[in-house]
Design a protein around this ligand. Structure first.
Ligand code: ACM
Length: 542
């Protein structure tokens, strides 16, 4: 057995021999293999110091990369076959993506030092003689990163795309806007970033904490930064799904353009980018002006992000201001709607149609089910499985990301030394035993589950080391859930996974990932005296 994570579908090892890479080992790429050839020469070239010259090496001393229709037929476009023989290495993908995932496996087989960016002295580079066949369980294997609560500079985002690729994750859900910050430059509305991308201070810890970080926090991506991020992701066969959150979680936008808020209820000119956490009551006004403004935002967003899906948020929209607003109430009446829930549904429905007319599809958090959702829209099921089950039964596509299971901001152990502990205890083993497809769906409904996604909300993660700590090692377990075809949760071989993790921790070390060590946080990973909000007991089974 190999120690590959996520575990491949099928592996045979041949008796302990090796194929050894040396300065003559060639890298020969067929048609469709260009991305992977470039990526392998850059990453393995740096780690090993080997030139990996194009074309065949002498006497079969070559790693051959091909896209092969017989692999497509058996394993799909994301599948691959890897044959490591004494006479050479052949990696065949069912498509360019499958080839790339196969290259990730090949890198793991070379050992942890293959993850470094310069060669260590005296290393040899050997692949165990073996044959692998592999393909993913789900087409949507996602990570959501919240860069609104705490900004992650571009370099950090590119690094996370590399970490995703190393775990065969392929959808980056980019949470770009929220009450606490607007992170993408929109050329026609410059104040969104001039005003909306920074705040004067930040709550340190959970919202009940008395502590403040008394310094400005901010940052945003220029449109060229976004183009670079999207292209870097595409080179790694990762799709970037942008999220622009409406009609709630919009205080930063209202602070920038006060006319977007409910001006007949509060003085929106006095609003600032929020400096604390929770659910802001300051939501968008359901006016034509707001719709036209966001159409302008989405026009630029569509120009930057080629993904089929565009996420419009839709979660946690407090309705107090709409209840108090004569303009919102007049709108409800004019549209013949029953209540504020239907008003939200109308708002989301507008953008579902708007996106659909432009060849895209809307995805939103499961609140978008309330009051009915548009045909073709998909749901991120976060408040448990329930929203996803209802959506799948109604014929909508679903990404399962229940907060009880795969919210990686939740603490990963019960100890008092966990940094700013939030929510339920979700250990590495809990995540390993997470099952994205709930019982009770028939086969056609189960096929609506496009996949699953781990969500990283960053209220209490002020820098990339804190994000690493919350995400790892659990993202490795999550990747196996999303990629591999595992038995039922109770029958999963967690002990076997932990054994493979021994090798994986060394890969993460080489990559410079500040994961939570199995024995608990290192002294500098702790945040003594910063209050969190732990929730006792097991999560409710929803
Ligand atoms: C969410 O966690 N509010 C989607």
């Amino acid at each position: 057995m190999t120690d590959v994570i996520p575990e491949p579908r099928y592996v045979v090892s041949y008796g302990g021999g090796f194929f050894e890479l040396d300065p003559d080992t060639g890298l020969a790429a067929g048609e469709g293999a260009e991305h992977t050839e470039r990526w392998l020469r850059a990453t393995l070239g740096a780690a090993t110091g080997l030139p990996l010259p194009p074309g065949g090496g002498t006497d079969g001393n070559v790693i051959r990369l091909t896209v092969d229709s017989s692999v497509t037929k058996d394993l799909g476009t994301e599948g691959y076959r890897l044959a490591v023989m004494p006479t050479g290495v052949h990696l065949a993908g069912g498509g360019p993506a499958g080839l790339f995932w196969g290259a990730q496996t090949l890198r793991q087989l070379l050992g942890p030092d293959a993850y470094r960016r310069a060669p260590l002295p005296g290393r040899s580079w050997r692949l165990p003689l073996s044959h692998l066949q592999d393909s993913p369980r789900f087409p949507w294997r996602g990570l959501m990163l919240d860069v609104a609560r705490h900004f992650m500079p571009k370099e950090g985002v590119l690094r996370y795309l590399d970490l995703m690729a190393a775990h065969k994750l392929n959808v980056f859900h980019f949470h770009l806007t929220d009450d606490q910050g607007w992170r993408v430059r929109i050329e026609r509305y410059p104040r969104l970033t001039e005003v909306g991308s920074w705040r004067t201070r930040t709550k340190f810890g959970h919202r009940a904490s008395p502590l403040w970080e008394e310094k400005p926090h901010g940052g945003f991506y220029t449109q060229d930064d976004i183009r670079e991020i999207v292209a870097y992701a595409a080179e790694r066969h990762i799709t970037v799904v942008p999220e622009i959150d409406v009609p709630g979680h919009s205080q930063a936008a209202i602070a920038a353009y006060p006319e977007l808020g409910n001006t007949d209820v509060i003085d929106t000119t006095s609003l600032t980018v929020w400096d604390s956490w929770g659910i802001s009551p300051n939501v968008l006004a359901p006016t034509d002006n707001t719709l036209r403004f966001y159409e302008g935002v989405f026009e630029e967003v569509l120009g930057l992000f080629p993904s089929e899906f565009v996420h419009i948020g839709g979660d946690e929209c407090r309705k107090d201001q709409w209840r108090a607003s004569p303009a919102a109430q007049a709108r409800i009446k004019e549209l013949g709607l029953a209540d504020e829930d239907e008003l939200q549904s109308w708002f989301i429905g507008h953008f579902a149609k708007w996106l659909s007319a432009r060849g895209r599809r809307l995805i939103g958090w499961d609140e978008i089910l309330e009051g009915g959702i548009a045909e073709g829209a998909a749901v991120s099921s976060w408040r448990g499985y329930g929203g996803g089950i209802a959506a799948a039964r109604a014929g909508h596509d679903v990404v399962m990301c229940p907060e009880q299971h795969v919210y990686l901001d939740h603490r990963q152990a019960a100890g008092a030394d966990e940094p700013v502990p939030i929510g339920f205890v979700r250990t590495l083993e809990d995540v390993y035993r997470f099952e994205p497809v709930p019982p009770g769906l028939d086969e056609s409904q189960a096929r609506r589950i496009l996949g699953t996604q781990a969500n990283v909300w960053t209220e209490v993660m002020e820098d990339h080391a804190r994000v690493d700590y919350q995400a790892f090692p659990r993202l490795a377990a999550f990747a196996e859930v999303a990629w591999s075809t595992l038995p039922a949760p109770g029958e999963r071989d967690f002990a076997g996974f932990e054994r493979r993790m021994a090798a994986h921790y060394r890969r993460l070390d080489a990559l410079g990932v500040a994961y939570r060590p199995p024995a608990g946080p290192l002294p500098w990973q702790q945040r003594p005296g910063v209050p969190g909000r732990p929730i006792d007991g097991p999560p409710p089974n929803r």
